[in-house]
Write a protein that binds this ligand. Structure first.
Ligand code: TYD
Ligand code: MG
Length: 458
């Protein structure tokens, strides 16, 4: 049914070549090409595509696709997806082993099955017995959840074509193989061809398919980047063994925004949605300790209060000072250190500086800059920032504070959680708030207000 040929595939980027080369011409890495069989299936050969020849048409004549989605029954997941799963879409859920991918998708599968009819859960990693144990533990036993322990892609395709479920879960793409190719499951060629096969199945059968993808230690998806290009949306499941908080984040979404996050907690009975993540992130906040400040950041449309912690301590011996930033962007952290040294006259050259976001959360917006600066300043000066204080603002190279969006949402979340004072950029829009709002133009003004207020016993 399909023609296959031997190609040399780069295990780093997935590019393939007719002959071996020492260096991949696409990504520039050395010694990454390995020999693999690749099948080139033309759409007409795969047996499912029967679409008529397509003609170019004016965009105004195109019938609007109805915005049709179905819910996974998990509101936090629906939000990240942009309001639910689009029929016929192919998605990818990536994450480190043990983070809870199978658990989350089994919960989503059972919920969808209850509302929309049969859902197929295919596992190439676990036996049917193991799947049943998990479903029992999660209390999700339903006849409409059809399970299959299989890793041959074409066999799965046949089952999908005859069952025509609304949703199918493939756990995981790295265990799937196309017998034609001859290379081992998980190799670049296998992952790419299997994903392309599932894409054709999703589009031609109208089945929504979610692929599970394992992530390597470095955080990259094991397998080629092309996997991310092939799918309609890519979600990452973050968190880990040491944190009970798990976060689902969209990094690509053809049907919605990529800013949304969903927050979960792993419990003895599966993943529970966290309705008040700010409260959870702040639960273990130390009181009256220097080097800690709360930032009202915005993930998508949802404000989240997170604690930024810093520790500034003398560098032992005459070594190079250490710089470590966890949960914030390292480049921005470096800029903020330089601003504090140059504009505030802090001597940090002889100090180790560590910054951490409590709860294992990863902050991506520049609005958290001022929080990083205040936390470092607080630890360096050994002065406490009062616990009812929050700060927000982007820091520029000359120490100016730039405005952030949606200041109203951020202030509302702060007052909901009992904060009474906030330092915000001077250029922010006017808002009504029951908080005491202090508008600042520079880092130095911001530091003055957080520390003078603290001196007055806040
Ligand atoms: P799992 O979903 O298998 O992770 P992944 O598919 O991403 O590898 O489960 C991850 C961990 O969660 C596992 O170590 C056991 C734990 N767990 C719970 O704590 N509670 C539960 O109800 C379930 C099903 C799993
Ligand atoms: Mg799993």
């Amino acid at each position: 049914m399909s023609k296959s040929s031997v190609r040399f595939v780069c295990q780093n980027c997935g590019a393939d070549y007719p002959k071996w080369m020492g260096r991949c011409a696409s990504c520039g890495e050395w010694n990454t090409l390995t020999e693999e069989r690749i099948s080139r299936v033309s759409p007409k050969q795969n047996g499912w595509t029967v679409s008529p020849a397509r003609k170019p048409v004016p965009i105004t004549d195109v019938a609007s696709a109805a915005e049709e989605r179905f819910s996974t029954g998990i509101a936090e997941l629906d939000r990240v997806l942009g309001g639910g799963i689009v029929p016929g879409s192919l998605g990818l859920l990536g994450g480190e082993p043990g983070v809870g991918k199978s658990t989350l998708l089994m919960q989503a599968a059972a919920n969808t099955a209850a509302v929309c009819g049969p859902v197929l859960y295919v596992s190439g990693e676990e036996s049917l017995g193991q799947l049943k144990l998990r479903a029992q533990r999660l209390d999700l036993l339903t006849e409409r959840l059809i399970v299959l322990s299989e890793s041959d892609v074409e066999t799965i395709g046949e089952h999908l074509a005859s069952l025509k479920p609304k949703l199918a879960i493939i756990d995981s793409i790295q265990t799937m193989y196309m017998p034609d190719l001859g290379s081992a499951p998980g190799s670049v060629g296998q992952v790419r061809e299997a994903a392309a096969y599932f894409l054709r199945l999703a589009k031609s059968l109208g089945v929504s398919i979610v692929l599970v993808g394992h992530v390597t230690k470095g955080g990259a998806l094991a397998g080629p980047k092309v996997l991310e290009h092939a799918v309609d949306y890519v979600l990452y499941f973050e968190g880990g063994h040491d944190h009970s908080v798990r976060i689902v984040r969209a990094v690509k979404n053809r049907f919605g925004s990529t800013n949304e996050v969903g927050v979960f907690a792993m419990t003895g009975r599966g993943l529970a949605q966290v309705d008040n993540p700010s409260g959870l992130f702040l639960a273990e906040r130390p009181v009256n300790s220097s080097g800690s400040v709360v930032v009202p950041c915005l993930e998508g449309t949802r404000p989240l209060l997170v604690e930024i912690q810093a520790l500034v301590a003398p560098t032992p011996f005459s070594g190079t000072p250490r710089r470590q930033a966890t949960g914030v962007d390292y480049q921005r952290f470096s800029i903020i250190l330089a601003v504090l040294e140059k504009r505030q006259g802090y001597h940090l050259q002889t100090q180790d500086v560590f910054v951490n976001v409590a709860g294992g959360f990863r902050l991506t917006e520049p609005g958290v800059d001022l929080g990083i600066a205040c936390a470092i300043a607080s630890s360096h000066r050994n002065q406490i920032i009062p616990s009812d204080f929050a700060v927000i603002g982007e820091v520029g190279l000359s120490g100016e504070i730039r405005a952030v969006n949606h200041i109203d949402l951020r202030l509302r979340e702060l007052s909901k959680l009992g904060f009474t004072r906030a330092v915000i950029p001077a250029g922010s829009e006017q808002v009504d708030s029951d908080l005491k709002v202090i508008r600042v133009k520079t880092v130095s003004e911001a530091l003055q207000s957080v520390f003078s207020e603290s001196a007055r016993g806040g």
